[in-house]
Design a protein around this ligand. Structure first.
Ligand code: 3HC
Length: 502
């Protein structure tokens, strides 16, 4: 018969542990929350009270229900109090030595039938299990931050996990209102492997000066529809955790894209770990600095547009309506835009080769329209600051958010997005996870509007393959080359990778 896990221990009541304790208590289970000392225990109590308190304030929970939930949680500093637990979940810092010490204690203290679970983001569940006398009853149960909100739980089994246990834990996750996906014990499992690769790539773009923090965040939030930009999310996850996950990914994959970006190391060393310390990529609790004074596009009258098609026509109409004088030229003959005050080269590829063909190359910037709300503005090495500022203003006048970036292959959005989609295809190709689990993982673990394979189908396999080829040609990064499966699907004329994967 499936195990029901009536009494659940949670060890470590930081952000994740307290969230996990809340989830179990809300499901009606008795929870024993354990912390190392009284101060940490009080912080854990604070997390629980604040989180449920917010729900009361919003009218999502009655005060009685809050009292009942908190009443189900016993807080203690003694691990011995876990003797009767049916399941214990560990959510302590990601240090293998600490985890193994804890699991040795749990193994000694907990009843023989108890299941021991780890919420580790990155460490090997197998290595944790191997340190106990019951490796068959050790499993990964990986929640996502904020645990009360994110609907995914990754259930991670090892080669020695008892038959049926992963199914029981998946059923438990469902009883908590979560959707489980089951995965084997590989670094980063499904979600962190894809997510941290992308987040670290965003750090690399930042460090290489292709775009700034706010531009990259805006690009991915508003251009792709992700709930948060990469730097906001890194701050939420914690830069120490992010660094550790990248480190473990790198150790397993030897893919240099997973080597933690130096900016992560620097921030972590400085103790700037993100929201939990009040500062990471952003500062929290301080008034936002005043936005820099808008530079005016007022001195601009004639706007050159390079490129044909509906985008150029729509842009010309919108500019005309806003009081500018648009002039359109095809790429093959730029004569018409030669004397324009600024020249917008509609392109999703670098535009410097167009600039050098103009009498005033400093007046040209690349413009890549992303969805309905964003426009990437690419400055070449020749673009003047005045041109960049004027195009920035023009984009705003057109009711789009400008994302200022360098003139590099795939600019920001497609560079980050396509590399991530390629990684998802690589994961599918390796047989580690099904297309459904990969999509569910990213949708429910990170709140993405669609999973990567769904996004790939929507954008078009060929467009992504071609974008990856351009990225590879520019950066010569082996992992940017289209995964063979993607290349072959395009060659074979297959339009949907999800249909292909069944
Ligand atoms: N605890 C409890 N509830 C919270 C919360 C928290 N810390 N933060 C937000 N919420 C609730 C709010 O109360 C609100 O609830 P309601 O809809 O019932 O009113 C709901 O979540 C939405 O919150 P907000 O309106 O304040 O804010 P947003 O709409 O911006 O959503 C978000 C916040 C849910 C965090 C959203 O931005 C999001 O989904 N971000 C992506 C988070 C993500 O990717 N997490 C995974 C990180 S990876 C990970 O954790 C794995 C690890 O191993 C590294």
């Amino acid at each position: 018969m499936a195990q029901t896990f009536e009494t659940v221990g949670v060890v470590g009541l930081g952000t994740m542990g307290a969230g996990i304790a809340e989830v179990f208590a809300r499901s009606g289970r008795r929870v024993i929350g354990v912390e190392a000392d009284d101060a940490a225990l009080e912080r854990g109590r604070g997390h629980l009270e604040r989180s449920t308190g917010k729900a009361v304030a919003k009218g999502k929970l009655t005060e009685d229900a809050q009292r009942e939930i908190l009443g189900r949680v016993t807080l203690t500093t003694s691990r011995e109090d876990l003797a009767d637990a049916d399941l214990v979940i560990e959510a302590i810092p990601e240090i293998m030595e600490f985890k193994r010490g804890l699991f040795a204690d749990l193994d000694r203290i907990c009843k023989p039938s108890a299941v021991l679970a780890t919420n580790t983001s990155s460490l090997s569940v197998t290595a944790i299990a191997a340190g106990t006398s019951r490796p068959g009853q050790v499993i990964g149960m990986h929640f996502f931050n904020p645990a009360p909100v994110m609907k995914l739980v990754e259930v991670v089994h090892t080669v020695v996990t008892d038959d049926g246990l992963a199914d029981d834990v998946a059923a438990l996750a469902r009883s908590l209102g979560k959707t489980p996906i089951t995965a084997g014990d590989r670094a980063g499992f499904v979600v962190n492997r894809l997510l941290l690769g992308y987040l670290n790539h965003a750090c690399a773009l930042l460090e290489s000066g292709v775009a700034g923090r706010d531009d990259i965040d805006a690009a991915m939030k508003l251009g792709v529809g992700l709930p948060m930009g990469p730097f906001t999310l890194l701050d939420l996850i914690g830069l120490d955790t992010s660094y550790e996950v990248c480190e473990v990914l790198f150790r397993e994959t030897r893919d240099r894209r997973h080597a933690p970006a130096p900016v992560l190391r620097e921030l972590v060393t400085a103790g700037l770990l993100g929201r939990k310390t009040g500062r990471g990529f952003y500062s929290y609790g301080e008034a936002a600095p005043a936005a820099p004074k808008a530079r005016r596009a007022a001195s601009v009258s004639t706007v050159g547009i390079v490129g044909g098609g509906p985008d150029a026509a729509a842009l010309a109409t919108a500019l005309e309506r806003a009081g500018f004088k648009p002039v359109v030229a095809e790429r093959s003959d730029l004569t018409a835009v030669g004397e324009a005050d600024v020249v917008l080269a509609l392109s999703d590829r670098p535009v410097v080769e167009l600039a050098v063909r103009l009498p005033h190359p400093e007046r040209l910037a690349g413009l890549h329209l992303v969805g309905d709300g964003v426009a990437e503005v690419a400055s070449t090495v020749l673009t003047s600051p005045e041109t960049a500022a004027a195009v920035h203003d023009l984009v705003k006048i057109l009711d789009r958010t400008p994302v200022m970036c360098g003139d590099r292959a795939e600019f920001v959005v497609n560079a980050l997005l396509y590399a991530y989609l390629n990684d998802a295809v690589r994961m599918l190709e390796s047989g580690y996870a099904s297309a459904g689990d990969i999509d569910t993982g990213m949708r429910l673990g990170c709140g993405y509007p669609a999973g990567p394979l769904e996004m790939l189908d929507a954008i078009g396999l060929e467009a992504v393959r071609d974008g990856l080829r351009a990225l590879y040609a520019e950066y010569r990064e082996p992992a940017f080359a289209p995964v063979p499966l993607l290349d072959q699907l395009v060659t074979a004329g297959v339009r949907s990778i999800r249909e292909y994967a069944g």
